[in-house]
Design a protein around this ligand. Structure first.
Ligand SMILES: *[C@@H]1O[C@H](CO)[C@@H](O)[C@H](O)[C@H]1NC(C)=O
Ligand SMILES: *[C@@H]1O[C@H](CO)[C@@H](O)[C@H](O)[C@H]1NC(C)=O
Length: 166
């Protein structure tokens, strides 16, 4: 009996490892401690070099520009089965301090500050609500998939609210 349980456990562990393969994080900069309860919408992110972070993450997790464009304009990746571009997003979210190093805890206020801006000529004034909802919604266990689904949720909400004619 013990053997059977051990075998099942081993199978589950192996399966989890395979499922979450390629989720190695690569933390480059140490950002301020992540605090999910922080609701301050005016977190200063001006010293954040997102381009440098994206370039560095692209070294470890190659992503085609078309994937980012598709996420930004349609709300999702062209191909959702490919794990590497999802791990690119995890890498970027971690290094911008939006996602904790273990890939579990989001900082919605920081996400709202990092993604602040305009869409379709309209200032996005409710990003805090959107990032809060998208962080609360997460059930994925694989960090790369969690990162992707968070951004898919956020981009879809932005597009729905700001890109559709009203
Ligand atoms: C990532 O690097 C590859 C190879 O240099 C490049 O073709 C691609 O455009 C880069 N992706 C981004 C998002 O910059
Ligand atoms: C995302 O899409 C919007 C609307 O199509 C566009 O204005 C913006 O420049 C895009 N941003 C990026 C990083 O591609």
């Amino acid at each position: 009996m013990a053997k059977v349980i051990f075998a099942i456990t081993l199978t589950l562990v192996t399966f989890t490892l395979i499922k979450c393969a390629n989720t190695k994080s690569n933390q480059m900069t140490k950002e301020a401690p992540v605090n999910a309860k922080d609701q301050d919408s005016s977190i200063d992110v001006s010293d954040l070099d997102t381009q440098a972070i994206m370039n560095a993450c692209n070294e470890s997790f190659r992503i085609e520009m078309s994937y980012l464009e598709s996420l930004n304009t349609s709300g999702s990746f062209i191909d959702e089965t490919d794990k590497t571009p999802k791990c690119f997003l995890r890498c970027v979210l971690e290094n911008t301090g939006i996602l904790s190093e273990d890939g579990r805890q989001f900082n919605p206020a920081r996400a709202a500050s990092v993604f602040a801006g305009e869409r379709n000529g309209k200032p996005m004034d409710d990003l805090n609500d959107m990032t809060g909802l998208c962080a609360a919604d997460r059930q994925e266990t694989c960090p790369c998939d969690r990162a992707y689904k968070f951004l898919r949720c956020l981009m879809s909400m932005e597009i729905e609210k700001y890109e559709t004619a009203q």
